[in-house]
Structure formats: C-alpha cells, structure tokens
Design a protein around this ligand. Structure first.
Ligand code: BES
Ligand code: ZN
Length: 625
C-alpha cells in the first residue's frame, strides 16, 4: 500500500505563487520562481496536466440514493503526459472519452482513504476528457436523508461535504487543495426540490427540476458542493441571504440578520469580498460539522440557530474563509493551519469589530482552553501538535484537531501583538491580495512574512520564536492570553454557587452563551446530583434551545450521574449529527460501564441519522468497545 501511495504522490508546481525559497538556516533568499510541493492525498497527476474547467452534467436520484452523469474536464496537457490520472472513491465508471473518442481506461485497486486512481490515456493535443459515472453507496461526501431525517419531514434531502478529500466520491477529479479549476454544472433533481451549489445560485424552485450553475472563479475540489431538498430563500440585503427548509426559514432569517453587516466588516478589515454573493444554507440537523465555507454558499448546522444570534461567530468564521482558505488556499492538508488558524483569527477580528473587544476576548479565552485540553489529549510532545502537520499515509481527518485552529490563531495573535495591529493588518491585506486564487505552503508563508513584515526587524523575530510554534510541540511559553474581564465576573458567581449561595441569587443578567460556557466549564469535575439539580432548577439548562450549552450540560449530567435531563439528551442525540457535540457526549458515556451500555443503546437507535463520517468515528469509539 505504501508503494501505491508513493506512486500517487502529486507534485504541485507553483508558478509565481512563491518567489522565495527558505534556506535550511531559516533566513530567506530570493532563489527561485517555482516551488515543488508534494500532496500525498491525491493520486492525480495534475502537476503535469492542467485541469482548467469542469462541465458537470448529473442527475440526482433521491430514491436510489445515487448521483449519475458525466464530468467533462477541459485540460491542457502542456507537458505531454501519456495519461491523465484522476481521483475516484467508490465510483462506477461507465465510459471515458477523450475529445469524443472512447479510450481504454483503467481503474486501480482501492487504497485506504485515497480511493482508486482512474488512468486515462491522453496525447499532447488532448483537450476534453469526459467521464460518465455513478456514485457508490459508500460515498463519503454524501449524506442522503429520508424525509423523516429533515426538519420539516416532508421531502428527502441530499448534501455533500467535500473537504478534505471526499469530492472524489461524487466527482472524478484531481482532488488536492493545490489544484484549482472553474466549473459549470447542469443538475437534474426531482420536480419540486431545489438544487444549490458553491456557485451562482437560483432563488426559486425550477418548474422541471433542472438547474444550471456557474462558478467562474477557480476553486479547488474540496470546495465543490451540492445540496438538494425542499429549500426556500429569504434575502438579507442585496448581496446576502439565507436558504433553509420552509419550517426553518423565518428563524434562520432572524438569526442571520447581521450577516450583511458582517460581510461589510470583513471587507473593511482585509479587502474586497471577491465572490459576488454571500448566502448561507441552513441544513437539516444531521449535518456533521458546524459550518463549511463553500464559496458563495456557506453550509451551516441548524444548531447555531439559538434564537438570540449568540452563535453567529460561526458564520463570521465561514465568511472569513472567503479570504483565508478560498482565496489563499493551503497547498496540502499538512498546511491546514493556514486555512483554519487564519480563519479563527479573522473570525475574532470580525466579532471584535461588531460586538466589542470584551466579547471577542471571551472567544479567545474559550479557544485557549480548547487548545490546552487538546494538547493534553494529544500529548505535549506529540508531532500532531506542531502547526506544520505530517499526514503522510494517514487520513487528513486525523489533522482535524484544535491545533491548526487554536495554536494557529494564537500564533497570529502573537504576531499582531508583537508588530502592532496596524502593521499586521496592512501585511494581511497585502498577503491576501498578492496570493489571491493561489496556493500557500507553510514554508512559503514564513518566507513571505520574513521578507516583508519582519524584514529588518530582528527584534520581533527574536520575540516570536517562529520555529517553536510551527515545527515544535505543545503551547510555546510566549502564547498570548486574552483579557479576562468578563470571565472574572463569571468566575466569582460560580464561586458563590459553590459556597452554597442559592443559584437564584447569582448575578447572571445579560450573560451570553459564552459566559454560560465559562460558568459551566470551570465547575469542579464531580458536581453532586443535588448541585446539578439546583443549577437546573434555577437556569433550566435541561431545556435550553442553545446547543452549545445543552451539549455541555448533558456531558456534565452523565458525569454526575444526574439523570433528570436524559430524555432531553436522547432527543438531542436523535437529531443532532454535529460531531463536535456527539463525540464528547458519547465519549463521556463510554467512561463507565453503565454509561457504555447507554451509549450503545442510543447509538444503535440513532446511528442511521448520522453522517457517514460521524458514523466512522463513532463506530470506532462505541462499537469496538
Ligand atoms: N472548513 C471547516 C470544516 C472542515 C474542516 C470540514 C476540515 C472538513 C475537514 C470549517 O470552516 C470549520 O472550521 N468549521 C467549524 C466551525 C468553526 C466555527 C470552528 C466546525 O464545523 O466546527
Ligand atoms: Zn474553518
């Protein structure tokens, strides 16, 4: 298997994306115009064959739970490669033509995580490669929901989640973040349903179930996205709006009232929003993640609809990806912190601008706590706590920890603190502008920073200790920490409670979700059933509509063996598919024999409602024990 992976190494050549090469000593010199990067998670040879444009023509069969159709790639075989190698995962290939003529193609054996390389003979002049195919039942990108599993329970629903390497399970493609292309799509769905993509979208249901899409800006395959269902649209302002199932549209529109302002705020910080419209699609509750930054159309979990707009920082995060990630993209999944660390940093800057510094300080502090916990879990010597990851031979999902997010964003916060906000902001604006629609490696970023922001500033370089952050484990001692102004007040209320002052007498007026999280997170690990009941009676955590608080409360209930909220917990587990909530909650149950029994019973009942990727990780956690 290793040999196969080695054969499949993709070498991405960056022309003009990088003008500097870093010498081993760490100082930078202007030595070359191209840079060679290996992406070990694609089997394609898009380093030799340029993938210019995709014309996708597919039919979505909601009964058979299958996508079928043809992907037509416009290529430029400037290096005269003898084959085009594409990524596929559980696809059935029906036919392949090159410039209209059938060709003998081959499909390699499946490699774990990576799928099967599709090899298509081409010549120097080959221009158009058409692959007709069907998706398989193991397509990791696709979640097919029966009507029962949607919010409104009237129509089936389909959505894709292509990041990180799942696009290949619904489109034969060169599936690496360093490979960009434009696309058009024609999608046929059952009459009455709406289809949406990461593209220019309709706002109305078509009469005959046919939809056409265009994305004229080059994007990598992990940003390919499709959703099909009973969906309706409501406008926010002239470039933003919300899509959701009819039964969720009013609540969603209310929650996202400030999204238009958010886009304006982001632009003021880091330059123009380049993607045209910014819309948000609220998915059914089984969506396995919080949000996904599909260009022009963020996909988001309904668990952010708290009723009080208190969880919209998630939208700030997905919007920020329109710069960090979608515009300047991590070259490989080892450079994932360039996507997520920058985005977390940017998210908190948007929130600071809109809701004030004391508010964003709470986000920074909660993030810091996550970082500390995550480093503890992974081990403070673990290479998985480096910013630059090494995911060779592994599922890129393994890199999906708090490290790229929180260590990454704290590193950027440290740079901001060290060089000053104005200087750092000017640097970031330039960084996004100069590398727009290009790919970035960790090394190219460090070199760029070294030769621009930190040029002639050895003092700052000394303070930053860049290598310790990027190529070292754990949390470096110079990690910044936010002001604790609002959380200090929360802490003193908690202490009152622990000193037996009645919960009703605590001063909790105007607390937001984040104050409540701090209040609960820092409770001693083993609260008594009596204490839990007091809190529940006073603050009704059990029936809160706020998913972040509910999830934490259920975890605490399991830990304390406080059974009163178990019906609500079961209700939560029966619908919510967000891994961030499911994994710690089931994980807490698995710590005791009695809890394990409960976890197994509940999981057996609700597994079918979870996304294939959530099933994969929960199977490992629950079924194998
Ligand atoms: N791009 C990520 C989601 C992702 C990353 C999916 C890697 C698959 C592989 C998205 O922007 C994200 O970070 N979502 C977070 C929310 C955010 C507020 C931290 C999530 O889903 O929890
Ligand atoms: Zn993100």
């Amino acid at each position: 298997m290793l040999k196969n992976i080695a054969l499949g190494l993709l070498v991405v050549v960056f022309l003009s994306a990088c003008h500097f090469k870093k010498k081993a000593s760490g100082d930078a010199t202007k030595t070359m115009d191209t840079m060679i990067v290996k992406d070990v998670h694609t089997l394609s040879n898009a380093d030799s064959v340029q993938m210019q444009h995709l014309e996708l023509n597919i039919k979505v069969d909601m009964d058979k739970k299958q996508i079928s159709g043809c992907a037509v790639w416009t290529i430029n075989n400037q290096k005269n490669a003898r084959q085009l190698v594409l990524d596929t995962y559980d696809l059935t290939i029906d036919s392949v033509t090159v410039d209209g003529k059938s060709v003998p193609y081959t499909l390699d054996a499946k490699i774990k995580f990576l799928g099967s390389a599709l090899r298509i003979p081409i010549t120097a002049g080959s221009k158009s490669v058409s692959i007709c195919y069907k998706t398989g039942s193991d397509a990791r990108a696709l979640q097919w929901l029966d009507a029962q599993q949607t919010h409104d329970k009237k129509h089936p629903f389909l959505y894709t989640q292509s990041e990180s390497i799942y696009a290949r399970s619904w489109i034969p493609c060169a599936d690496g973040p360093g490979i960009r292309f434009t696309y058009n799509a024609h999608v046929q769905v059952p009459k009455g349903l709406m289809a949406l993509m990461s593209a220019l979208n309709t706002q109305e249901v078509s009469a005959d179930g046919n939809y056409d899409f265009e994305m004229n800006l080059p994007i990598p395959a992990y940003l390919m996205a499709l959703a099909v269902g009973d969906i309706t649209f409501k406008s926010i302002d002239d470039r933003t709006g919300v899509y959701a199932e009819p039964g969720m549209i009013e609540k969603s529109r209310y929650e996202f009232e400030d999204v238009g302002k958010m886009v304006n705020t982001a632009e003021q910080l880091y330059g123009p929003y380049r993607w045209g419209r910014y819309d948000v699609l609220v998915l059914p509750p089984g969506f396995p993640i919080g949000g996904m930054e599909n260009p022009r159309l963020t996909f988001c979990t309904p668990t952010v609809i708290a009723g009080d707009r208190s969880l919209v920082s998630l939208i700030a995060h997905e919007l920020a990806h329109s710069w960090s990630g979608n515009l300047v993209t991590n070259a490989t999944w080892d450079d994932f912190w360039l996507n997520e660390g920058f985005t977390d940093y940017f998210e908190r800057r948007i929130i600071e601008q809109m809701l004030g510094k004391s508010y964003s300080d709470m986000l920074w502090e909660l993030g810091y706590q996550d970082l500390v916990d995550n480093v503890k879990e992974l081990g403070d010597k673990s290479k998985d706590t480096w910013l630059k990851l090494d995911l060779k031979g592994r599922d890129p999902d393994d890199g999906l920890t708090d490290i790229p997010y929180e260590k990454g964003s704290h590193f950027l916060k440290l740079i901001e603190n060290t060089v000053g906000r104005d200087r750092f902001d000017r640097f970031l604006v330039k960084y996004f502008d100069e590398h727009a629609f290009k790919t970035m490696t960790t090394e190219a970023f460090l070199t760029y920073m070294d030769t621009t922001l930190l040029k002639d500033d050895s003092e700052s370089k000394k303070t930053l200790k860049i290598n310790a952050w990027v190529y070292g484990p754990g949390i470096p001692p110079n990690c910044p920490r936010a002001d604790q102004e609002r959380f200090m007040r929360v802490d003193s209320e908690r202490i009152k409670f622990l000193n037996d002052i009645p919960a009703a007498q605590l001063n909790v007026t105007d607390w937001t979700t984040h104050e409540w999280l701090q209040f609960l997170r820092k409770m001693p690990p083993a609260l008594s059933v009596v204490q839990m009941k007091k809190l529940d009676d006073a603050f009704m955590f059990r029936t809160t509509g706020n998913s972040e608080i509910a999830d934490l409360w259920f975890i605490m209930a399991v830990r304390a063996n406080y059974t009163a909220p178990y019906p609500e917990m079961e209700q939560f587990l029966s619908t919510v598919g967000r891994r961030k909530f499911l994994e710690p909650l089931y994980g807490e149950m698995m710590k005791t024999p009695h809890g394990t029994e409960m976890a197994k019973r509940l999981y057996a009942k609700y597994r079918k409602n979870y996304h294939p990727l959530a099933q994969e990780s929960l199977d490992k956690m629950i079924m194998k024990k």
